[in-house]
Design a protein around this ligand. Structure first.
Ligand code: FES
Length: 326
């Protein structure tokens, strides 16, 4: 009997999976293995993809770390955040056999297909999307280099990335457990990459800010810099702007510290929403004019560049006014 294959039309937007296994990658970092209860093959995904998990009323996005080709399971690694909103604690409480609802995988951080080389830079739990990038690079024979900075004893997926880099000639790994050696290694790695290399960074906001600033200082073009943020928790309040509702001509002010979603709520324009973190895609609004400041994890780079849609729960405006198709 062949293994059933789940495709998008069969499963719709969500999958109901069960916790098949779990372990600790490091202190406070729990890895979960999620499978279909009927052991069906799950939808494939691109490297760097994430799923959104609904758990005890929380919705959070987590990068997939396993293989993306016809996967029998989805693997995620979740850092327990005692000062967070409770989403990571809820995931850490999940029991074996418990059912969870997850979104279909979404790719917002894929490798660039025509890149000459891939420079992957991970800080702490930011290693998770890099694991699937490395797996794909090994599989396709691509050149990739991983710089991994973690606190001593807190390196998640170390065995995975060491095994991948040890068995694939095009892959290499540099590990750092203090800030000074990382900064030196980063500067050196940025200097010696061949033209056509793309840089991917994931980690805490300050870590990503440092990497991006160093890359810009080393004259890397913006088009070759890619970053994966963890969600809206660390977003700043943003500048005020206004939106014009194209269908009524009405203007709505969006003050600093107030989301576009909430500003629309206040004037009776209610958009669907689920996560409020820019990951689920529920609150998308078509844009007719102006440039959104995209802060979400849902739209792809190409969709963001098109400036034709905005996730109104987290994103704001680069221009004083946006015109929305509402
Ligand atoms: S509510 Fe989920 S992306 Fe906005």
């Amino acid at each position: 009997m062949s293994t059933p294959l789940l495709t998008a039309p069969q499963v719709g937007v969500h999958l109901d999976l069960v916790v098949a296994d779990s372990s600790y990658q490091a202190a406070g970092i729990r890895e979960l293995v999620l499978r279909h209860p009927g052991r069906a093959i799950l939808p494939s995904f691109a490297p760097g993809s994430h799923i959104v998990i609904e758990c005890e009323g929380h919705t959070n996005a987590y990068s997939l770390t396993g293989s993306g080709d016809f996967p029998e399971e989805y693997r995620i690694s979740v850092l327990y955040c005692p000062d967070g909103r409770g989403g990571s604690a809820a995931v850490h409480r999940l029991m074996h056999g418990e059912q969870v609802r997850v979104s279909a995988p979404r790719s917002a951080f894929p490798p660039v297909a025509n890149a000459r080389r891939h420079l992957l830079i991970a800080g702490g739990i930011g290693i998770t999307p890099m694991v699937s990038h490395l797996r794909a690079a090994a599989e396709w024979g691509r050149d990739a280099e991983l710089l991994y900075s973690y606190r001593p004893g807190q390196g998640a997926h170390l065995a995975d990335v060491q095994a991948l880099c040890g068995s694939s000639p095009g892959l290499s790994l540099s590990e750092f457990t203090n800030r000074r050696s990382f900064r030196a290694g980063l500067a050196e790695a940025l200097r010696r990459q061949p033209l056509g290399t793309h840089l991917y960074v994931c980690g805490p906001q300050a870590f990503m800010d440092t990497v991006i600033a160093e890359a810009r200082a080393a004259c890397w073009p913006e088009s070759r810099l890619h970053l994966e943020a963890f969600g809206s928790a660390e977003l700043d309040a943003g500048r005020p702007f206004s939106v014009r509702l194209g269908r009524s001509g009405r203007s709505v002010a969006v003050p600093s510290g107030v989301s576009l979603l909430d500003a629309l709520d206040r004037v009776g324009v209610t958009m669907p929403r689920l996560c409020r973190q820019g990951v689920c895609g529920e609150c998308v609004v078509p844009v007719k004019a102006g440039r959104p400041e995209h802060r979400d994890l849902f739209l792809s780079d190409a969709e963001k560049s098109a400036n034709s849609a905005i996730m109104c729960c987290v994103s704001r405006s680069l221009d004083p006014e946006l015109e929305l198709d509402l």
